[in-house]
Design a protein around this ligand. Structure first.
Ligand SMILES: Cc1cc2nc3c(=O)[nH]c(=O)nc-3n(C[C@H](O)[C@H](O)[C@H](O)COP(=O)(O)OP(=O)(O)OC[C@H]3O[C@@H](n4cnc5c(N)ncnc54)[C@H](O)[C@@H]3O)c2cc1C
Length: 467
């Protein structure tokens, strides 16, 4: 079952051909989500004569890029983590680059007539229980120490007014954020890629990466030999031996209500702003142009050993619980039916930020992974980094602090899976108790506090603004 977004975006669209026969290219990108598509577009911008092939298992946008919440966020909320992996100066530069990406995506959509329902109306980082209040303080202080103030503090009344419900008790607002219909954006990027001469192959799952020189990407009916291969595989890349312990794959689940524009009108939430609460298993929500609420929750099903295949496709096993949270936070939508639900995989890295590097140290096999549920805006930056790496350029992108091998490793299986499930269910119980205004029992608190930053995002890292 496709996400609501992709169902809307694929109407009448014709798929690209499958990869057949022995092909050659200057650069072969594997994965047709935002990372792969932005990389392809940047490569062609730099050198229109470059022969760029892109091989996608499904259709472009069939992965996380066509199923996410559509929050276009900067990295300012992740500044604490950025500072841990980059120099302070580089962290500031990358945070600015991510904020510029928010506007850059809007500008790109206007320039190329991509109607992705882009609305630049900001992001509300809210508390929906007493326990969540002040979750943002450490981030705001760290950012302020570097002389920046990307967030506005809101009073409880302003927060409730902004969110449209008094279930929102306090928060901060980042004006530089937008929402999009993500599958329309992915399909728009695909069209621009095709117009620029990128050769796109769909329905062509890559079965093997031959690490010959030059490397060869092998699908069922054909292959591409290329001077450079860029792996833009998101969570599917976690199955690669080099990356298996660098990312944890964890589901994010989404439900969407039927259109009820009159209800949104009544509560005063009609702009394109997006909202996250401050739980570790974050709730994130926004409305749509036709008046739905689209409501997601992070921290779902875990993948064993990074292997996911198609097990993160289709309907959400947590739809009932996510719907219950939607109705608790938006009582005015209590009797509006939920018409759609879906899920997708998140490539959670240990620090909650992506990393870009050379697979096994090879200059001709590059990858980018680990967006950790915040990739709609950041893949705009990721595409620039991967294009610079593939072109062998020595520039601000190829020298960025996120060009690095993964920092830290997760425990091996089966420890990671079993431990992860135990800790996650403790976090669930703890947050359910807090939602009721209470406090979990000591054993639950002990277990929940074991949550590693990379398994479920820690509140202080704000790692879970979405996804
Ligand atoms: C439910 C959900 C909600 C989210 N909400 C938000 C949000 O609101 N804001 C935000 O910033 N981020 C959000 N994210 C994260 C965001 O969607 C991702 O970070 C972003 O889309 C990553 O883009 P990508 O191109 O790297 O990955 P993808 O779009 O997943 O692209 C990877 C592609 O590789 C393809 N592929 C896999 N295996 C193969 C193979 N063997 N051969 C060929 N192709 C292959 C897949 O089909 C897929 O199309 C969310 C993610 C999910 C799942």
């Amino acid at each position: 079952m496709r996400s609501l977004w992709l169902q809307e975006a694929l109407t009448g669209a014709e798929d690209s051909p499958q990869l057949e026969g022995e092909e050659e290219a200057d650069v072969c990108i594997v994965g047709g989500g935002f990372t792969g598509l932005w990389t392809a577009i940047r490569l062609k911008e730099h050198d229109p004569a470059l022969d760029v092939a892109l091989v996608e298992a499904d259709v472009c946008g069939g992965g996380a890029s066509g199923r996410n919440g559509g929050f276009v966020l900067s990295w300012w909320a992740k500044f604490g983590s950025l500072k841990k992996v980059c120099s302070g100066e580089d962290a500031v530069r990358l945070a600015h680059a991510s904020a510029e990406a928010v506007d850059g995506i809007g500008a790109f959509c206007s320039e190329h007539r991509i109607d992705a329902h882009y609305r630049r109306d900001g992001w509300l980082w809210a508390a929906t229980s007493e326990a969540q209040l002040g979750a943002w303080e450490e981030t705001l202080e760290t950012v302020a120490a570097y002389g920046h103030e990307p967030f506005e503090r809101l009073s409880p009344e302003e927060t409730a007014r902004h969110a449209g419900e008094s279930t929102h008790l306090g928060g901060v607002f980042e004006p530089t954020a937008a929402t999009v219909q993500p599958a329309l954006l992915a399909r728009g990027l695909r069209r621009v890629g095709l117009e620029r001469g990128v050769r796109i192959f769909e329905h062509s799952p890559v079965r093997k990466l031959e690490r010959t020189r030059p490397p060869r990407v092998v699908a069922e009916l054909g292959s591409v030999k290329a001077d450079k291969v860029v792996l833009a595989l998101n969570a599917w890349g976690a199955a690669l031996p080099e990356l298996r312990r660098a990312v944890v794959v964890i589901a994010s689940d989404i439900v969407a209500t039927a259109p009820a524009p009159e209800r949104l009108e009544a509560i005063g939430w009609t702009d394109g702003s997006c909202i996250s609460d401050s739980r570790m298993l974050v709730n994130y929500y926004r409305n749509t142009l036709d008046g739905r609420i689209v409501f997601g929750r992070g921290g779902g099903k875990l993948a064993f050993g990074g292997k996911i295949g198609t097990s993160f496709d289709g309907p959400s096993p947590r739809a009932a619980a996510v719907t219950e949270s939607l109705r608790a936070l938006y009582p005015s939508f209590r009797d509006v039916p939920v018409t759609h639900n879906w899920m997708g995989p998140i490539d959670r890295s240990q620090v909650g930020l992506p990393f870009f590097s050379r697979l096994g140290g090879r200059e001709d096999i590059l990858y980018g992974i680990g967006y950790s549920g915040n990739g709609v805006g950041p893949t705009f930056v990721g595409g620039r980094i991967l294009a610079s790496l593939a072109l062998g350029l020595d520039d601000e992108w190829s020298r960025a602090g996120l060009v690095r091998d993964p920092a830290g490793t997760f425990p091996p299986e089966p420890l990671r899976y079993v431990g992860g499930r135990l800790v996650r269910s403790a976090v669930e119980r703890k947050e359910a108790a807090e939602d009721r205004g209470g406090r979990a029992d000591p054993a639950t608190l002990f277990l929940a506090n074991l949550a590693p930053a990379g398994l479920v995002p820690l509140k202080k890292d704000a790692g879970a603004a979405t996804g």
